[in-house]
Design a protein around this ligand. Structure first.
Ligand code: LLP
Length: 432
């Protein structure tokens, strides 16, 4: 079972996007993030092609850049025709520096600062996705000060719990994001937006969760949102021209995972929106999607060097690597599961159970608990797979560990897109 589509074994060696993983580890050192740019582009095109094929209205795919943000990725997704979403001034700054057109940038966040709102409005971002009444007041005031109109959409909690696969109406009210549909909060809030003097309501938005394997909650969310748009037309006489259904499509971390294909999910969502539009006699809205993980997740892996191997008889075998929670905090945060491979002998029999631990002074610094691997020798390389999303972007300098570089591979050729941090980088902000 191939966990990552473009990972292959040739002559006993592991190749990502046609490049030898162990050769790259020698050249760039470890820990090292490798990302197959061709696969990132292929994922972008899977979204682009599916949405053009199945949706009859206008459409825009926005890469959710919290999954992996650096100048190179904004350039890559832009070249594939995508816009992006950002959730902070830092992501906005990077996207603009990389040449992303401001009108193709959507700005999210449950607590944007006034400074960030000013930066976004000055840059002329496509949408500010409003999250609260407080924020509306700030956006409207800052737009007036700058002499611009604020194009906004609204983050709605549609009351769908994607993780239990049970559409519990109250489940998602308990979220810090957005305004709730079923309490009437969303409707009242939209009434306020329609009254605002310097703000134009351009769309509605929802995002039901992440790493979702089932298409039904996406379809249900699209239906609920379309019904809400029809209700708003009835109450306020407004026709809203855009529906953004967020991200959330899951990827394969383990062989046992069975994710939706991008095409399948885009198709089902597009059909649901078109059917609802017909049912409510509503003009087809511009359909936006915001995939993050499903664009970059399965394009990346992390290469480590094994240091110590400790066998505690009858208890556990620990293998420690030269990275850990500083470059991948997802086990520590979510007990996320990963697959691993030894790139110098990918096909060796897996006969020993190990826990792969990081190098930080923290017992919770684990990458993988209880995985079967060949008997490991100190000094050899170990790859953790499918680390392209929410690894580099969530990395830290805990224990003053410098962050690894990111290298893009394209058809066997490679180029660094983020350099390795130095001790001087780690200390750069300290004042004497
Ligand atoms: N749009 C909005 C408004 C979001 O909040 C998110 C993710 C996305 C799009 C992209 O979702 P995706 O397609 O990547 O599932 N750090 C966590 C994931 C947090 C996701 C937060 N929002 C993790 O490592 O699993």
């Amino acid at each position: 079972m191939n966990i990552m589509k473009t990972l292959e074994t040739k002559n006993g060696e592991l190749l990502l996007g046609g490049a030898s993983v162990s050769k790259l580890a020698k050249e760039y050192g470890t820990p090292l993030y490798l990302m197959d740019e061709e696969e990132i582009r292929a994922n972008c095109l899977r979204y682009e092609n599916a949405i053009r094929k199945y949706y009859r209205g206008e459409a825009l795919v926005l890469y959710a850049s919290k999954a992996f943000s650096c100048k190179a990725i904004y350039r890559t997704v832009r070249e594939c025709g995508l816009g992006c979403d950002v959730v902070s001034g830092g992501e906005l700054y990077t996207a603009l520096a990389a040449g992303m057109e401001p009108e193709r940038i959507f700005f999210h966040g449950n607590n944007k600062t006034e400074t960030e709102i000013r930066e976004a409005l000055s840059a002329g971002v496509g949408r500010i996705v409003l999250d609260s009444a407080e924020e509306l007041r700030t956006v409207d005031r800052v737009a007036a000060e700058l002499g611009v109109r604020a194009a906004v959409s609204v983050r709605i909690k549609p009351g769908i719990d994607a993780h239990t696969h049970d559409f519990i109406a109250t489940g998602k009210i308990d979220s810090k994001f957005g305004v709730a549909l079923e309490t009437g909060e969303a409707k009242a809030f939209i009434g306020e937006i329609l009254q605002a003097k310097h703000t134009d309501l351009c769309g509605l938005h929802c995002h039901i969760g992440s790493q979702i394997f089932d298409t039904r909650p996406f379809v249900r969310a699209a239906e609920v949102m379309m019904a809400f748009m029809a209700e708003l037309r009835e109450s306020y006489g407004c026709t809203i021209g855009e529906l953004n259904v967020g991200g959330g499509v899951g990827i394969r971390y383990l062989a046992s995972h069975d994710p939706l294909t991008i095409e399948e999910n885009v198709k089902n969502t597009a059909l649901a929106v078109m059917e609802a539009a017909e049912r409510f006699n509503y003009p087809l809205p511009r359909l936006c999607m915001e995939p993050g993980r499903s664009i970059v997740g399965d394009a990346g892996l992390t290469v480590y060097t094994v240091g110590s191997v400790k066998e505690i008889p009858g208890v556990r075998n620990y293998v420690s690597v030269d990275g850990g929670m500083t470059d991948n905090p997802r086990f520590a945060l979510y007990e996320a599961a990963y697959e691993a491979v030894l790139p110098e002998r990918p096909e060796a029999a897996r006969d020993t159970v190990y826990t792969v631990a990081g190098r930080c002074c923290e017992s919770g610094d684990i990458l993988i608990r209880d995985i079967k691997l060949p008997k490991i020798r100190p000094g050899e390389l170990l790859c953790v797979l499918s680390t392209g999303a929410y690894n580099y972007s969530m990395a830290s300098n805990y224990n003053r560990v410098p962050r690894p570089p990111v290298v893009f591979i394209r058809n066997g050729a490679h180029r660094p897109v983020v350099r390795r941090e130095t001790y001087a980088d780690v200390m750069a902000k300290d004042l004497d």
